[in-house]
Design a protein around this ligand. Structure first.
Ligand SMILES: C[C@@]1(CC(=O)O)c2cc3[nH]c(cc4nc(cc5[nH]c(cc(n2)[C@H]1CCC(=O)O)[C@@](C)(CC(=O)O)[C@@H]5CCC(=O)O)C(CC(=O)O)=C4CCC(=O)O)c(CCC(=O)O)c3CC(=O)O
Ligand SMILES: NC(=O)C1=CN([C@@H]2O[C@H](COP(=O)(O)OP(=O)(O)OC[C@H]3O[C@@H](n4cnc5c(N)ncnc54)[C@H](O)[C@@H]3O)[C@@H](O)[C@H]2O)C=CC1
Length: 288
């Protein structure tokens, strides 16, 4: 297997980034099967979404999203009418069953210097979508860089099956700790920045993700007072007052509670179960 470092010079890859869409306007042209996946991807961001599509072509789930999130989605029951539709747009996605219209829209975007994805014309895309896994702040995208989208989808199931379901929660707690640390020791870069990064790196190396899931305000306070201030990393036991072996039990209780209350852990767990069922079905079909 080639590693990222030994195939770098070959080029041919794409830039993998987590595109920030807060306060950005995204135009989606089309409302069918593919577009409905795009709407879901966009709802996971903070983008303002505009959809252009004749009502009879709307996927029923997209219709529901339009009804349920009027503050997030502006919907217009019409086809793309021309370059004026691109006014103030930061990003454009086309998912329509008409390659020549799709090509026209891409050309208008090029003129207006707006990045564009055309679901049916990979050669004209500025970027591709990929198969996605989201669990709170944890975002994983699998891309075959245009070679085999179905394989990306299948790889997603494999990766889902390897996740435990609490990684996203752990990441959001780590995010909270970083925010509190920056509040205590503000400033960008320089020696303060270096010291913060070193301490956070040690924290993440020494605590398990499961331990992080149990981090609360009192523990953060203690970590900063007794860890950061003394340039050391206290253990989970020291900060929480309970043995690390209790993490397993406490965690599974909290997972159950979260999924019952419909928190963001429900989706990865449901995905995990769906993935397992799917893989079992694939396995059975292949055995025939
Ligand atoms: C280049 C790209 C542009 C883009 O869409 O950004 C693109 C292009 C095209 N896809 C086509 C077909 C299929 N696409 C899927 C599925 C997905 N396609 C996705 C992405 C991408 N598709 C980008 C590259 C991503 C990568 O390389 O990894 C996924 C990962 C993400 C998403 O779309 O959100 C999503 C799975 C999501 C999930 O399961 O999580 C399936 C399978 C299925 O539906 O199960 C099929 C049928 C089987 C097959 O062809 O493999 C065709 C028509 C080809 C034809 O006419 O023959 C074109 C156009 C062309 O290639 O000409
Ligand atoms: N990138 C990907 O993942 C995939 C891409 N495709 C390609 O994507 C394209 C769309 O596929 P589907 O969504 O399955 O088609 P679909 O037939 O479900 O939806 C097409 C939609 O486009 C709308 N539409 C057509 N012209 C329009 C215009 N000028 N302005 C606004 N809306 C318009 C229709 O009303 C309809 O809602 C196809 O060309 C297909 O080959 C197909 C499968 C996967």
């Amino acid at each position: 297997m080639q590693t990222a470092s030994n195939n770098l010079a070959n080029g041919g890859g794409s830039l993998m980034v987590a595109w920030q869409l807060k306060d950005k306007k995204v135009l989606l042209v089309g409302g069918g099967e593919v577009a409905y996946g795009r709407v879901e991807s966009l709802l996971g961001t903070d983008a303002h979404i505009t959809i252009l599509c004749p009502e009879k072509g709307l996927h029923p789930t997209t219709k529901q999203y339009i009804e349920n999130y009027p503050e997030r989605i502006a919907y217009f029951d019409r086809r793309f009418t021309g370059p004026a539709e691109l006014h103030k747009m930061d990003l454009v996605l086309t998912a329509i069953d008409n390659p020549s219209s799709s090509k026209d829209i891409v050309e208008h975007c090029r003129k207006a210097k707006i990045p564009v994805n055309a679901a049916d014309i990979p050669e004209l895309c500025d970027f591709y979508f990929g198969a996605q896994i989201r669990d709170g702040p944890l975002q994983i995208m699998i891309s075959s860089n245009g070679n085999g989208p179905r394989v990306s989808s299948l790889m997603k199931q494999k990766i889902l099956a390897s996740l435990e379901g609490y990684e996203g929660l752990a990441m959001s707690k780590i995010g909270l700790l970083r925010v509190r640390l920056k509040e205590r020791v503000p400033g960008v870069g320089g020696s303060v920045g270096r010291k913060r990064m070193k301490w956070m790196t040690r924290m993440c190396n020494q605590w398990s993700l499961k331990e992080f899931t149990l981090l609360d305000d009192a523990m953060i306070q203690k970590l900063l007072d007794e860890g950061w201030e003394r340039d050391r990393v206290p253990t989970f036991e020291e900060v929480s007052g309970r043995p690390s072996t209790s993490v397993e039990t406490v965690h599974s209780e909290s997972t159950l509670k979260s999924s019952l209350s419909g928190s963001n852990l429900f989706v990865p767990i449901a995905n995990f179960v769906a993935g397992a069922v799917f893989m079992a079905a694939v396995f059975l079909v292949r055995r025939r």
